[in-house]
Design a protein around this ligand. Structure first.
Ligand SMILES: [Zn+2]
Length: 293
């Protein structure tokens, strides 16, 4: 299998941790194996949580660990000047406009706590231009979705209920992650997307969304969802858990090879001292067609 472009897409809302590095290692090794270029895409639309420190940490950590990229910003200044998602707002706004014009979205004024509880959103007939409302998609969970996979065998499924009426524009007026991610992958012409299994439902939401954007090539992407590095059974690695951040480990005097060894140990993989070595058994397994998506 050959691809032209994949991406590593960290969010600068915390210091990069072992889980991020495992994901980047798999992405980089798979890119090398399939001829894809790697784009560094930093998702900085979460204006409440993004800090310059976290943006700088991305570059420092990738350099320190020897994880390569060929496209995208060279450093934090280049990022802010040329690659921030704020520079691509017209793209996101035009996608939101398409959804609005085709009657696919409705305005929702529910509070965060109401949405977090199991109470349904009953917002109807609120003007889309009312300040402080989010835009949600009307979702049909019977529409078939096709996921292209590394095995070459497409997976047929539908939008899961966890993604019922998912938000495409946040209350602050910024596009939601699902929308900016599709618009960016279209903009940069990715054809291979590697991400954690925790983003499977997001992949389906994005495929659902892309159907509604007439010129989107997003559905042709091949997806690989890798196993997650966790704090223990069923526990997602927390961003706030400082002792798994690469910055913390570096300050403790750990070398890149120590960090790859640590990740291999945590994942139950053979000993490794380099990203390629760490990812080799994972991508072997993925390319053998033993994993669905
Ligand atoms: Zn609502």
């Amino acid at each position: 299998m050959n691809f032209s472009r994949t991406r590593i897409a960290p969010t600068p809302s915390g210091y990069l941790h072992l889980g991020n590095i495992f994901s980047f290692a798999v992405t980089a090794a798979l890119a090398e194996r399939t001829g894809a270029k790697i784009l560094l895409r930093i998702d900085d639309l979460d204006r409440q949580r993004v800090t310059p420190d976290y943006i700088r940490d991305i570059f420092d950590t990738l350099h320190f660990l020897g994880i390569p990229w060929q496209e995208g910003p060279a450093n934090a200044e280049d990022f802010t000047q040329h690659y921030s998602q704020l520079r691509r707002m017209p793209l996101y706004e035009s996608a939101l406009e398409q959804l609005r014009n085709s009657g696919q979205v409705f305005a929702c004024a529910c509070s965060r706590s109401r949405l977090a509880s199991a109470q349904p959103c009953n917002c109807r007939n609120i003007p889309l231009d009312q300040p402080g409302v989010s835009w949600r998609l009307r979702t049909d969970h019977s529409i078939p979705l096709t996921v292209q996979t590394l095995s070459g065998i497409p997976v047929q499924t539908t939008l899961p209920l966890s993604m019922k009426e998912f938000v495409v524009r946040k209350k602050d007026g910024f596009p939601a992650y699902q929308l900016s991610s599709v618009a960016d992958d279209d903009h940069y012409h990715t054809d291979l997307i590697v991400r954690g299994q925790d983003l499977r439902d997001s992949t389906l939401a994005q495929l659902y969304l892309a159907r509604l954007l007439p010129r989107s090539s997003f559905p042709q992407n091949v997806f690989y969802h890798h196993t997650l590095l966790t704090d223990g059974p069923g526990r997602k690695l927390s961003k706030s858990a400082g002792d798994t951040s690469i910055l913390y480990l570096r300050n403790e005097g750990r070398k890149p090879e120590d960090i790859y060894a640590l990740i291999a140990g945590r994942m139950g993989l053979p000993a490794a001292s380099h990203y390629r070595e760490l990812a080799a058994p994972v991508i072997e397994h993925a390319l053998s067609g033993n994993e669905q998506m």
